[in-house]
Design a protein around this ligand. Structure first.
Ligand SMILES: [Mg+2]
Length: 119
């Protein structure tokens, strides 16, 4: 069981991810709606893992990833991407992201990726 922070500007995505991860036995410690919010909640709650949407207002997922890794180089961050975001994915890997999950969510893939990191 891992303590997970979900960062995504889409209420629907957050809800789906929460459902999948809770069913897999993980605890969602908090949800954040943009990168700034995600960084502040990471700092406060120090979850075991963050799921980080890339495209968000105010501070996007790449910027939030940079902030989190700067604060804690051992942070586990899984990027949530949509089709056609290959450049952003490469950039995120360079910045220290652990893995990617592609929308729309495939339940088995989500659980496998997360458990490979925190299991
Ligand atoms: Mg988004």
């Amino acid at each position: 069981m891992a303590r997970i922070l979900i960062v995504d500007d889409s209420r629907t995505s957050r809800k789906i991810l929460r459902g999948i991860l809770e069913e897999a036995g993980h605890e969602i410690v908090e949800e954040a709606v943009n990168g700034d919010d995600g960084f502040l909640k990471y700092k406060e709650l120090r979850p075991d893992l963050v799921t980080m949407d890339i495209t968000m207002p105010i501070t996007d997922g790449i910027q939030a990833l940079q902030l989190i890794k700067h604060l804690d180089k051992d942070a586990h961050v899984v990027m949530i991407t949509a089709a056609g975001q290959k450049e952003k994915m490469i950039q995120a890997l360079k910045e220290g992201a652990d893995e990617f999950i592609t929308k729309p969510f495939d339940k088995e893939e989500v659980v496998k990726v997360i458990n490979n990191i925190v299991g």
